[in-house]
Ligand binder design. Structure first.
Ligand code: SF4
Length: 185
């Protein structure tokens, strides 16, 4: 009588969007039917794809978006602590991207102009509800806050590039992107 071998545990994957637009997460879905094969070997943890709100120990973490507020810092540090391999996914995570265009402006001036100058809401002031995360002076790429293992550049990176990196990591290889999978827009 043969004894059934224990099945191999699935790779646990967490994904998060900090100061991002979810475009990188949408690009993940561009893998199309290849997602079905990945689903055989990957189990999603904390992720907008699942809406799971708790973060467990994971093999791989994908981080979209830069760091623009105190909550982003907390979430990113938690991802670093939980994920054996942490990957910066997309231009915003790699270099701050579009949100970092505010970095040459004073954050106080921006908030005053947006909230204090609205004619239709003369009594409206800059929101200061304690539940709102505190904005940082600058938007930071994620490597300025935690150690990052790999980056996938692009705005957004293609589904091909994300698939390639995930397959390499799952196979225990150092991820390598082909020239046509690398772009820096
Ligand atoms: Fe959105 Fe581009 Fe930033 Fe990804 S890199 S979060 S697609 S703006």
């Amino acid at each position: 009588m043969s004894i059934p071998l224990p099945s191999k545990p699935k790779i646990r994957l967490a994904t998060v969007s900090l100061a991002g637009c979810f475009g990188c997460h949408m690009s993940f879905l561009d893998m199309d039917e290849r997602i079905l094969a990945l689903a055989e070997i990957i189990e999603l943890d904390f992720s907008p794809f699942t809406d799971i709100q708790t973060l467990g120990i994971c093999d791989i973490g994908l981080v979209e978006g830069g760091v623009c507020n105190a909550e982003n810092v907390h979430t990113l540090r938690a991802m670093r602590a939980a994920c054996k391999v942490l990957v910066a996914l997309g231009a915003c995570a790699v270099n701050g991207g579009l949100p970092a265009m505010r970095n040459h402006l004073d954050i106080g001036d921006i908030l005053s102009q947006v909230y204090d100058g609205r004619a239709e809401s003369a009594h409206e002031t800059v929101p200061d509800d304690p539940e709102l995360p505190l904005l940082l002076d600058k938007v930071h790429p994620i490597h300025e806050v935690v150690l990052i293992d790999y980056v996938i550049p692009g705005c957004p990176p293609s589904g091909d590039a994300i698939h390639r990196v995930l397959c390499d990591l799952i196979a225990g290889r150092t991820p390598r992107l082909n020239h046509d999978q690398l772009h820096y827009d």
